[in-house]
Design a protein around this ligand. Structure first.
Ligand code: 5GP
Length: 188
């Protein structure tokens, strides 16, 4: 097998949030969530696939009993623009009726995805529904979304890494970086 570079660093214009800053923030969020959900019935619902590293790190910093479930929805294809059309690819496997749902998401951009997901989950009569997102890009918001736990507010740049992809690549980067525009321009 030929050796390939571990990180496609040439495609990254700038590291926006490094791995240490991400882990420090995840620790803070985990501590707040642990305090808020003591004595509750916490059900984490993570949105695949971008939230996977965030969920994996966050759940290990939460010190109260919890369950984990997954939804997968489609909004972006191999472009950097949201279509506004959201479709359920995979629904949660277990009922959340009467439980305290915390949605774990990688990024809130236009808000279309979360508006759809939150409404879908609320229709299943949970006791409560809150939202935890690692990244918030408020400049692009189309639908207002209440964020209960926010990691970082970021500017209107297309980012990859720590779960976030472009055309399924870059999810394995340990940091959040800005992709060089040439990379996605040449793919369109
Ligand atoms: P929204 O529906 O809020 O516009 O977008 C939510 C989804 O769009 C996210 O879960 C993520 O998959 C994708 N997304 C939004 N902004 C970015 C970005 O800057 N980089 C990447 N890789 N995905 C993004």
């Amino acid at each position: 097998m030929r050796a390939t570079p571990a990180l496609p660093a040439d495609d990254i214009a700038e590291v926006l949030i490094d791995a240490a800053a991400i882990q420090a923030k995840v620790g803070e969020l985990g501590a707040r969530i642990s305090a808020d959900y003591r004595g509750r019935d916490l059900a984490l619902v993570s949105i695949l696939k971008g939230s996977l590293p965030f969920l994996a790190d966050l759940m290990r910093r939460i010190e109260v009993p919890l369950s984990v479930d997954f939804m997968e929805v489609s909004s972006y294809g191999a472009t950097t623009e949201s279509s506004g059309v959201v479709r359920i690819v995979k629904d949660i496997a277990n009922s959340v009726e009467g439980r305290d749902v915390l949605v774990v998401e990688d990024i809130v951009d236009t808000g279309n995805t979360l508006a759809f997901v939150l409404e879908h989950l609320r229709s299943q009569r949970p006791s409560s529904v809150r939202l935890c997102t690692l990244l918030d890009k408020p400049a692009r918001r189309v639908v207002p979304i209440e964020i209960d736990y926010r990691g970082f507010e970021i500017p209107d740049r297309f980012v990859v890494g720590y779960g976030l992809d472009f055309a399924e690549r870059y999810r394995n980067l340990p940091f959040i970086g800005v992709l060089r525009p040439e990379v996605y321009r040449s793919a369109m």
